[in-house]
Design a protein around this ligand. Structure first.
Ligand SMILES: [Zn+2]
Length: 67
């Protein structure tokens, strides 16, 4: 199992396909990117869970300004 390239401790949950070579991210670090407004949008899921997809959906909803 690939290890996250950022924290180097947690198992990678997704792979950033815009990086070359593809960069592995754990769910915690990937979530931090979503919260920072710089989410990984082109990715390949490395586990069977939809956790990151849900984070991405929730994060983009939260990023919408209330009007
Ligand atoms: Zn990490």
């Amino acid at each position: 199992m690939a290890v996250c390239a950022e924290c180097r401790t947690a198992p990678a949950a997704i792979e950033d396909l815009d990086a070359q070579p593809p960069r592995p991210w754990c769910l915690t670090c990937a979530t931090a990117l979503v919260r920072a407004g710089d989410p990984v949008v082109r990715y390949r899921a490395l586990d069977d869970s939809d956790a990151y997809r849900h984070v991405l959906a929730g994060g983009s909803t939260q990023a919408l300004p209330f009007r």
